[in-house]
Design a protein around this ligand. Structure first.
Ligand code: UDP
Length: 238
């Protein structure tokens, strides 16, 4: 039994509230246990300079934790005058994950900005941000299709993410903060509906881990991401 009574392969309760923010073309509040992230998708009618004239669009992401989202106040990045390394790594991961399931040539010369704001952190904020922002992006793109801005849905696949890890020798999925901060091994997995891997970030924080342990974590992550994608589908398609 885990700290919060879950089984090893049990995800935390997940909830996604769509159309959470009025002005964004797509927006959700995603709750994964006590982790809460607002994800918005907004259109900008231009592409970054390196894509000008390439007849394609772009999808990019920003991520931030609100000062009150953690147990000790987290100063805003802008107040420290630079984006910290963790924030940069996470926002680039979110952007890469979403771009991997979008046909950018169908977007037109525009950028979809994904903004992920963590309002409460309890482990797994980056994976919640990826799962939630896919839904926000899907909604924004559906709106664009309905308005005739794009001819067809540029989405090629579903994508979702979760964390896996080893805690007291046991492989676990979807670690809460208490588990995460005591885990021997910590890994984030991003996968598509087809079970293809987009990205894996695995770290032996307390000790090295074996290939056998890696296999166990991969299996646990794959089975769990399938459940999360089923949940995204129910949320989006009813
Ligand atoms: N965390 C925190 N302050 C920070 C960074 C992280 O309190 O500056 C907590 C937060 O609960 C977060 C957890 O530590 O969810 C794990 O952080 P990690 O960097 O592994 O990213 P995450 O699991 O949120 O993607």
């Amino acid at each position: 039994m885990r700290i919060d009574g879950r089984k090893k392969n049990e995800l935390r309760p997940m909830a996604v509230t769509r159309n959470y923010i009025k002005h964004a073309q797509g927006s959700v509040l995603i709750e994964v246990g006590d982790t809460k992230v607002i994800c918005t998708a907004m259109i900008e009618e231009k592409v970054p300079p390196f894509l000008k004239g390439h007849k394609q669009g772009w999808v990019t992401a920003e991520y931030e934790m609100l000062p009150g989202s953690t147990n000790t106040r987290k100063s805003r990045d802008r107040n420290r005058g630079k984006i910290d390394g963790r924030t940069m790594e996470i926002q680039r991961l979110i952007g890469r994950s979403l771009r991997s399931v979008i046909d950018l040539s169908k977007l037109g010369e525009r950028t979809l900005w994904i903004d992920c704001d963590v309002i409460q952190a309890d482990g797994g904020t980056r994976t919640a941000a990826i799962t939630g922002s896919f839904v926000a992006l899907h909604d924004a793109l559906s709106n664009m299709v309905n308005k005739g801005m794009v001819k067809e849905m540029p989405i090629t696949n579903f994508v979702a993410a979760t964390s896996v890890g080893i805690h007291q020798g046991e492989p676990l999925v979807d670690l809460c903060y208490e588990e995460d901060s005591n885990a021997e091994v910590d890994m984030n997995m991003v996968m598509t509906e087809k079970g293809e891997i987009i990205e894996i970030q695995g770290t032996g924080e307390e000790r090295p881990f074996s290939k056998q342990e890696l296999e166990k974590m991969l299996a646990l992550g794959e089975e769990s991401i399938k459940k999360i994608i089923d949940f995204q589908k129910e949320t989006l398609l009813g």
